[in-house]
Design a binder for this molecule. Structure first.
Ligand code: SF4
Length: 429
């Protein structure tokens, strides 16, 4: 770690945090399937769960009804719960039928849920068994999307962490062989393509992405891999990558003009890119982003925002709103505060902003009502009651469903926060 990064991290570590434990209002990790199945074109997500799990997925991904679905739920019914049926035999049958009908599947995830955890169905063993019978054409992996003590973006973390042991080793070359860059976190393809062009202009490469678009394109990882997190909720994935010897490049997240520049600069510094080349490669994108964000400043500057813990994107979003749009973050609540991964972000948050980790929803609602924020960013469960009380809200899940990373999405990101305020202002007229 550079001396500067060490100092930043130390200062960020001193920031007081309000820690709360109590009732929480969040979606579970199954939600991640909605964006992950779009990203990995030959992956299939088979949730081993209940009718509730199936309903959650169907309503969250309702827009996909015209496509050949790439997720389904194997329902655990009362007989399974009562231990009267052999759940493993049924699972084998379901998977067998699925793979027979869908030769396009290259990677099958068995996704655990609350019910599969309750009946202690060993999906790790099931995945190994099914992997043996389905190989070499299909890989079968597993992870948990259960809502027991997790939040919805952890589904992506669990899924990517399950992929890491499957990544091929780096080619056995001399130790001085060139390093590669791995961008970690599901990004929309349009964002990925823009980032590829920027890294190429910087002379950084080879650049690979996790998750890849196809199972057959799993990127290699090892001691000659540097990785940049594109999302702040990938603690477990980062940990297992580090176990394989890969090195995390510490950086803020690529949200907004400033965040994207700082994220790219962290990679450029690790690669020894000359400052002139860096400016040349990023100046036009940064200018476009600043102009697009600037169009929303009049609507947002001076207005206050309160974040309830939900997506784990809260800290970088608050940093973006404060520094690029002049908003005042009153409280930034996040389900988990990963001090190391967020050190650079915490350093950029206004000093007076309250940071809270975990949730005691009633107490937080009291603080929110007392603060009377102009905008609340929260989960769907809280949005309706707060709207009914006259408070404008933004659903945090939209921040994950919408492509918001990089220069060319910075204006769209700002617009996500302008819209609810605009709607409320119009309702008042
Ligand atoms: S995994 Fe748990 S929290 Fe998620 S839908 Fe199923 S039962 Fe509900």
């Amino acid at each position: 770690m550079s001396a500067i990064a060490a100092t930043l991290g130390a200062r960020a570590a001193e920031r007081p945090v309000l820690r709360e434990r109590g009732q929480r209002e969040v979606f579970c990790g199954l939600t991640g399937i909605v964006w992950l199945h779009r990203k990995m074109r030959d992956a299939f997500f088979l949730v081993v769960g209940s009718r509730t799990c199936a309903h959650l997925l169907q309503s969250a991904a309702g827009v996909m009804i015209f496509a050949e679905p790439r997720f389904a739920t194997a329902i655990i019914d009362e007989r399974d719960l009562a231990g009267m049926a052999d759940a493993n035999a049924e699972l084998d049958r379901v998977v067998g039928r699925l793979l027979e009908r869908r030769p396009d599947i290259g990677l099958l995830f068995l996704v655990g849920s609350c019910p599969s955890e309750v009946i202690k169905l060993d999906l790790a063993r099931a995945a190994k068994r099914l992997d043996r019978s389905a190989s070499p054409g299909v890989r079968v992996l597993h992870y948990s999307g259960s809502g027991i003590e997790t939040t919805f973006t952890q589904g992506e973390d669990a899924c990517l962490a399950a992929l890491v042991p499957e990544l091929p080793a780096e080619a056995p070359e001399a130790p001085e062989a060139p390093r590669s860059l791995l961008v970690v976190g599901a990004l929309a393809e349009v964002v990925e393509d823009q980032l590829r062009r920027l890294f190429a202009a910087l002379g950084i490469g080879p650049v690979r992405f996790l998750p890849p678009r196809l199972a057959a394109e799993l990127p290699p990882a090892g001691p000659r891999t540097d990785f940049l997190l594109a999302q702040p909720f990938l603690a477990e994935t980062a940990r297992v990558l580090e176990e394989r010897g890969a090195r995390r490049i510490a950086a803020p997240f690529p949200l907004g003009a400033e965040g994207t520049t700082l994220w790219l600069r962290a990679a450029a510094e690790a690669w020894g890119v000359a400052p002139d080349r860096f400016r040349e490669a990023t100046a036009a994108g940064e200018k476009r982003a600043r102009e697009a964000v600037g169009r929303h400043r009049a609507a947002l500057t001076g207005r206050s925002v309160f974040f309830f813990p939900d997506s784990q994107l809260e800290v970088p979003m608050a940093r973006f709103l404060a520094r690029e749009l002049g908003m005042e973050p009153i409280e930034v609540g996040t389900p988990y505060l990963h001090r190391q991964h967020l050190a650079e972000e915490l350093e950029l948050l206004p000093a007076g902003t309250v940071l809270s980790e975990g949730q005691h929803v009633e107490r937080q609602l009291d603080r929110c009502r007392a603060a009377k924020p102009d905008l609340v960013v929260c989960g769907l469960g809280l949005a309706n009651p707060l709207e009914a009380e006259g408070i404008a809200t933004k659903w945090s899940i939209e921040l994950v469903f919408t492509p918001v990373q990089g220069y060319d999405q910075a204006g769209d990101l700002a617009a996500l926060f302008t819209r609810p305020l605009d709607r409320r202002d119009r309702l008042r007229v």
